[in-house]
Write a protein that binds this ligand. Structure first.
Ligand code: UDP
Ligand code: MG
Length: 311
């Protein structure tokens, strides 16, 4: 069994795999611990898989899982955690935004007895203003609405002890938000800081759609506040509507003074309609996730691997 398993999700990273492999191998040799590089090919449409398989041919440290299609980054990492055999696992992006050299610092903390060492971003280079601002807002909002301490300005780049990995494997939720799960698991956690580089080559696999889905998974997985907000909004609007009813009745029956009132009518109809739709939408998001989990399908399908099942 290797000491370290490096888990690398791959989605169209052909331009980065050779450099990544070189840098990781160098770092590992410097550390002098036994290791495996576990590539999870998440349905890449470029030459990534061929490159990884070539590496596996000449380097026994290279393991791979090949998904039958694109299942998404979080699922790819999950599959890596399931297949990894090391005493400690490192999750790292393939695009070299996460510097492999930082693993050395993480390993030092691990040796000091920490079970989770996450990488905290001092700054992020080469990312759009939009991404930086929305990410910042999202993580801060999430921190407010959950009772959990999910560290700010971190991604999934981190080292986790086997104990943590074993707990993760027992968390069967389909909508993965791994950094939240790890925060939930606890243990002794610490961090190392780094400046996030821009992508070495290629383009981001996280489309806006994937980002929104990921954000919703984070929120619905770790907070029920949106549901409660729906209830609060419902009560507030009903309260206002009730006062309006009294006012309408009084002006009609007692003051005998009433306007045709089209404006207020249409406003309140639109307002209540809007609140109702939002509320139903929020409930839908949760129900959607309940039904996904009830279906209980396997999280991913592997087409091919060189990871030995027996081991
Ligand atoms: N990735 C993946 N599946 C996807 C999208 C991305 O496995 O559907 C991988 C990708 O190859 C990279 C990591 O997840 O190793 C982070 O993705 P990316 O760099 O595209 O995201 P960003 O850094 O822009 O948030
Ligand atoms: Mg990236």
């Amino acid at each position: 069994m290797p000491t370290l398993s490096i888990i690398i999700p791959i989605y169209n990273e052909e331009g980065n795999i050779p450099v990544l492999y070189e840098r990781l191998t160098q770092v590992m040799h410097k550390l002098g611990e036994s290791y495996e590089l576990l590539f999870v090919n998440d349905g890449s449409r470029d030459n990534s898989l061929a490159l990884v398989m070539e590496l596996a041919q000449k380097d026994a440290q290279v393991k791979y899982l090949d998904f039958s299609r694109n299942f998404g980054h979080q699922i790819a990492v999950t599959a890596g955690i399931d297949a990894a055999r090391g005493d400690a696992l490192v999750i790292i992006d393939a695009d070299l935004q996460d510097p492999p050299e930082l693993i050395q610092e993480m390993f030092v903390k691990y040796k000091e007895g920490f079970e989770v060492v996450y990488a905290k971003r001092r700054q992020r280079k080469g990312e759009t203003f939009f991404k930086k601002v929305t990410a910042k807002m999202f993580y801060r909002t999430l921190a407010r609405i959950t009772t959990l301490d999910i560290p700010l300005d971190t991604g999934d780049f981190r080292l986790i002890d086997r104990k943590v990995a074993e707990v993760l494997k027992k968390m069967p939720e389909q909508n993965k938000y791994i950094r939240g799960q790890i925060a939930w698991i606890g243990f002794r956690q610490t961090f190392v800081e780094y400046d996030r580089d821009s992508r070495h080559t290629g383009e981001t696999g996280y489309t806006l759609r994937k980002m929104i889905r990921f954000a919703l998974d984070g929120i619905t997985g770790f907070s029920n506040l949106p549901l409660r907000l729906a209830t609060i909004a419902g009560f507030t609007v009903s309260g206002i509507a009730f006062l309006m009813m009294i006012y309408a009745l009084v002006s009609r029956l007692i003051w005998k003074d009433f306007e045709p009132g089209w404006t207020s009518l249409i406003l309140s109809v639109l307002f209540i309609g809007g609140i109702q739709l939002i509320t139903i939408g929020i409930i839908g998001e949760y129900i959607n996730r309940i039904s996904t989990n009830v279906r209980n399908r396997p999280l991913y399908v592997i087409r091919e691997t060189n990871v030995d099942e027996e081991e």
